[in-house]
Design a protein around this ligand. Structure first.
Ligand SMILES: Nc1nc2c(ncn2[C@@H]2O[C@H](COP(=O)(O)OP(=O)(O)OP(=O)(O)O)[C@@H](O)[C@H]2O)c(=O)[nH]1
Ligand SMILES: [Mg+2]
Length: 241
């Protein structure tokens, strides 16, 4: 039996991923998508635009919205970035809030909590970078602290880089999504046109190669793109599932 545009029981929805700079939002989204759609770097404030990363399976489609990290914004440009991150939270099914398990809860986390407190949307906390926490029992007080910060939210410890517990995170996220047909055709991994995807990958490489010299803001504009036929040339870097 089929519903309009999608199989019966199919779920789909939008999930903004928020948190302080450098917590691993873009890493997690690339991992879920299975392909690089948004730049990752050890420098805080890497993400500048709202980019959607689409994960499509047989049973559901999750549209993750990457956002600039929420932080204390002193200048106009940064204030605009924070506003962009917060605007994404309107009218979504669930908000995924990432907190760094390897670093004490910061003022920036409390700032995020201040913004979230007023929201009616369900919030799920992903406690990221658990691979850096040793011994593992040190995780417990951090989880409790998160729980105190957001009593009604479930807390899921994960590692985005190591792929730890992401299946559980996906299952919990799924419980919040409504039944709906897919929004994007299978194979479409982002809402960005290809030249912006290319610009994003070049931006990440600039961070990697000249991390000492480059100031925080790196903008890349693609003026010209040529399709080449050789095997592998057009392929975007794939990540392990
Ligand atoms: N050890 C470890 N490092 C991680 C993990 N997740 C992300 N990182 C690293 O943390 C750094 C920041 O990751 P990003 O994904 O760029 O973080 P972000 O939250 O998107 O940062 P902004 O866009 O600046 O807000 C990168 O060097 C990642 O490799 C994790 O689970 N474990
Ligand atoms: Mg980012």
């Amino acid at each position: 039996m089929t519903m309009m545009g999608g199989p019966a029981g199919h779920k789909a929805g939008f999930i903004p991923v928020i948190g302080r700079p450098n917590v691993g939002k873009s890493t997690l989204i690339n991992r879920f998508v299975g392909q690089k759609v948004t730049a990752v770097s050890p420098k805080p404030q890497t993400t500048r635009n709202r980019i959607a990363g689409v994960r499509t399976t047989e049973t559901h489609q999750m549209i993750f919205l990457d956002t600039p990290g929420i932080h204390h914004a002193e200048n106009l440009f940064n204030r605009e970035m924070v506003r962009l991150a917060l605007r994404t939270l309107e009218e979504v099914d669930v908000i995924l809030w990432m907190i760094d398990a390897s670093d004490a809860l910061s003022d920036e986390d409390r700032l995020v909590q201040g913004h979230l407190r007023e929201m009616k949307t369900p919030i799920l906390i992903a406690l990221n970078k658990v691979d850096l926490v040793e011994p593992k029992q040190h995780l417990l007080p951090v989880m409790e602290e998160c729980q105190t910060l957001m009593p009604s939210s479930e807390v899921v410890p994960i590692s985005a880089t190591e792929g730890v517990n992401l299946d559980r995170l996906e299952r919990v996220l799924l419980t919040y999504l409504p039944e709906a047909p897919p929004f994007f055709p299978p194979g479409q991994v982002t809402d960005q046109p290809q030249y912006l995807l290319v610009a994003e990958i070049i931006r990440e490489k600039v961070f990697e190669v000249v991390h000492q010299e480059v100031p925080y803001a790196v903008a890349v504009q693609v003026d010209e793109m040529q399709e080449r036929q050789e095997e592998g040339v057009q392929r975007l870097p794939e990540l392990a599932p």
